[in-house]
Every structure is written in structure tokens, then in C-alpha cells.
Ligand binder design. Structure first.
Ligand SMILES: Nc1nc2c(ncn2[C@@H]2O[C@H](COP(=O)(O)OP(=O)(O)OP(=O)(O)O)[C@@H](O)[C@H]2O)c(=O)[nH]1
Ligand SMILES: [Mg+2]
Length: 328
């Protein structure tokens, strides 16, 4: 029996053949299945379409939802916070990472050495902060993976080469960040960021301050951005000013460290609880256990109380370094 296929069907079949992606193929196939004349003569063809559809749906399941390139940019958070190093080629990002963490990221005197993010843990006093070295930002070349990584960071360190017009580098970086819908906290003198923007804290690390030409670059940078953003001259290579840099990175995270103790014992200074600024006694209790927080009657606090061992309620705000003793 002849199939007598209609023009509708034939048109859908052309679309199916032209479709390049699995979802497009599925769409075209759905049309074919809807318009195909349903009689004995098309029975085999209909069966065929059905099995093609099953196969395509299977393909759709198998496909990873994000591309490999984006997966590479998925850096698992560790420690007290994730801080990403950003900069143009050759500014010293990988040198910095290798100096202040135990991670190794290739350093070379030519640009585009780093091809993928490299995480490392930076020890700061009694905590660890994760730093992530990244491939250089490129003008007009958006990398969706990099954009995701930056947007999800807790803070950014803009690594600038002081000997190579750092103000211009900063302008390029701000433009590229704008493209990623990222704005820096505290930056003023530009139109307000639109919908979908994230606001990140940032610090400007003016690198290569060991070189003679660096002083002028630092002055320009400080003059232009110093009022609104922290600017620090450093030398990653010669290890100059790296301790102040670490402290400034910690400050960027906007967290506090508090310590818990049990009655009659000293607190363990090696085990801080890390909380966002503005957290309360209840937040510390929650970080111990949900039930624990529910049962809490009061706490005693050493540090920011009016006196040591002061009794406080669960909504009492905490400060850096406070010691908390729970009573349930
Ligand atoms: N004088 C001096 N040179 C530095 C300093 N930091 C890095 N360099 C040099 O600058 C060059 C680039 O360093 P990298 O650390 O590879 O720079 P990068 O920003 O990671 O480069 P890309 O991965 O290409 O973006 C190397 O030759 C480093 O030795 C510094 O503080 N002082
Ligand atoms: Mg690098």
C-alpha cells in the first residue's frame, strides 16, 4: 500500500534532515509524527519514526549539560573562602599563586601561559583561604567558564603589572567584568549596574614593584582607584609585601573568626568557626548543630562583651576573636 505522504510531512522531513542539534531534531521529528497520515501504508514508517525518537531522547540524556570547557572552570570551594586572581596576560598571577600557596602553576615570560584555573590553599594565621589562578582575561573574548568562576567567587584580586600602564589594564579588566555582569563593591563614578549583576569585593595588587619603573605606575593606580578600592604594591617574584596582601585578602572575605569553649576549659584557638560579619550567637550554635541551636538557653562571651564571661542571648552579635561558651 502506498504511503501517500503529505506536503506537510515532507516539509517536516526536510527540516529534520537539516537540523544540527539533538533538540532541533526532536522538534522536527515531533512534527513528522504529528502530521504523518495514519493508515496501514505508513505503519512501518511510523514505527521507524518512533524508534528514532527513542534514540534521540536517549542521546539527549547522555549529553553532559555543560561543556567540557565549563567543567574545567568548576573549581570546588575549600577553606574559609574562594578568592580568584584576575589579570591580563603576563602580570604575574601564577607567580603569586605559587608563592603564597603550595600549589604549582606554570610561570613563563610569555603571555597566555595559564590555560585553566589552578586552585591553591593560602594559610593565613589559623585558617586556610582558597586562591584560584586563572587564564588571562582577553579583550573581547568572553569565556563562559571564566565568567561563571568569577561571578561565584567570594572576592577578586586584580593582578596588575605596575610597569605596564596599570590604569589601562584596570580599565580593560573593568570592561570585561562588565561584560560578565560583574561590578566591584565600592566603585563609583559610573552608571549603576543593571539587572543580573553581581557585586564583588576586590583588591588591586600592583605587581612587579621590585622593578624601577613600577613607582610611577603605582602612583597612577593609587590616584585613580585608591579612594574606593584597596591598592597594594607587591612583588610576587621577590616576595615583597606579601604578608599585608594576605591580610587584605582575609579582610576582603568579610568574615569573622570566633572560638567555642566548654565550661571550665580553654577554647581551642586552632579551630575557629568562620562566620559572616554580623553573625550572632545563634549562628555559631547552628554551625555546631541544628538541635544544639534549638536547645540553647544562653551563652557566655569573652571578647566583645562588656566584661569577660558576660551572659548573652542568642541574638547577640559577635566580633572577630570572640570566645563563646554555650549553656543548654
Ligand atoms: N620583576 C618581576 N617579574 C615578575 C614578578 N611576578 C612575575 N614576574 C614575571 O612575569 C612573567 C609572567 O609571570 P606569570 O606568573 O607567568 O604571569 P601570569 O599572569 O600568570 O601570565 P599568564 O598565565 O600568561 O596570564 C614571568 O617572567 C615572571 O617571572 C614580579 O613581582 N617581579
Ligand atoms: Mg599564568
Amino acid at each position: 500500500m502506498p504511503a501517500n505522504l503529505t506536503p506537510d510531512y515532507l516539509e517536516a522531513e526536510v527540516k529534520f534532515k537539516q537540523a544540527k542539534t539533538v533538540p532541533d531534531k526532536i522538534k522536527a521529528l515531533e512534527v513528522m509524527m504529528a502530521v504523518i497520515p495514519k493508515h496501514k501504508g505508513t505503519e512501518r514508517l511510523r514505527g521507524d519514526l518512533k524508534s528514532r525518537m527513542a534514540k534521540l531522547k536517549e542521546d539527549l540524556q547522555k549529553r553532559p549539560s555543560i561543556s567540557r570547557a565549563e567543567q574545567i572552570y568548576n573549581v570546588k570551594r575549600e577553606g574559609a573562602g574562594q578568592v580568584v586572581l584576575v589579570g591580563l596576560p603576563n602580570t604575574g598571577k601564577s607567580t603569586l599563586l605559587s608563592q603564597i600557596t603550595h600549589a604549582v602553576s606554570e610561570v613563563a615570560d610569555y603571555p597566555f601561559t595559564t590555560q585553566r584555573p589552578v586552585p591553591g590553599m593560602m594559610a593565613f594565621e589559623n585558617i586556610q583561604i582558597q586562591l584560584v589562578d586563572t587564564p588571562p582575561v582577553q579583550l573581547d573574548h568572553g569565556e563562559p567558564g571564566l565568567s561563571n568562576l568569577l561571578r561565584n567567587a567570594d572576592a577578586l584580586v586584580m593582578v596588575l603589572d605596575l610597569t605596564d600602564d596599570p590604569v589601562f589594564q584596570m580599565e580593560v579588566l573593568l570592561e570585561e567584568l562588565g561584560r560578565m555582569k560583574i561590578d566591584l563593591v565600592g566603585r563609583t563614578g559610573h552608571p549603576p549596574a543593571g539587572e543580573g549583576y553581581v557585586f564583588l569585593k576586590a583588591l588591586l595588587a600592583g605587581n612587579k614593584c621590585d622593578l624601577r619603573k613600577a613607582m610611577e605606575g603605582y602612583r597612577d593606580l593609587e590616584g585613580r582607584f585608591g579612594k574606593t578600592l584597596p591598592v597594594l604594591p607587591i612583588s610576587a617574584k621577590e616576595e615583597m609585601n606579601l604578608d599585608p596582601l594576605k591580610e587584605e585578602i582575609y579582610r576582603l572575605l568579610g568574615v569573622i573568626r570566633v572560638y567555642t569553649k566548654v565550661p571550665g576549659k580553654e577554647s581551642d584557638r586552632a579551630e575557629p568557626v568562620i562566620l559572616r560579619k554580623g553573625s550572632t550567637i545563634e549562628d555559631v550554635a547552628l554551625s555546631v548543630h541544628k538541635d544544639f541551636a534549638a536547645k540553647l538557653r544562653y551563652a557566655r562571651i569573652w571578647g566583645s562583651g562588656r566584661f569577660d564571661g558576660q551572659m548573652v542571648k542568642r541574638d547577640h552579635p559577635l566580633n572577630e576573636g570572640d570566645v563563646v561558651e554555650f549553656h543548654i
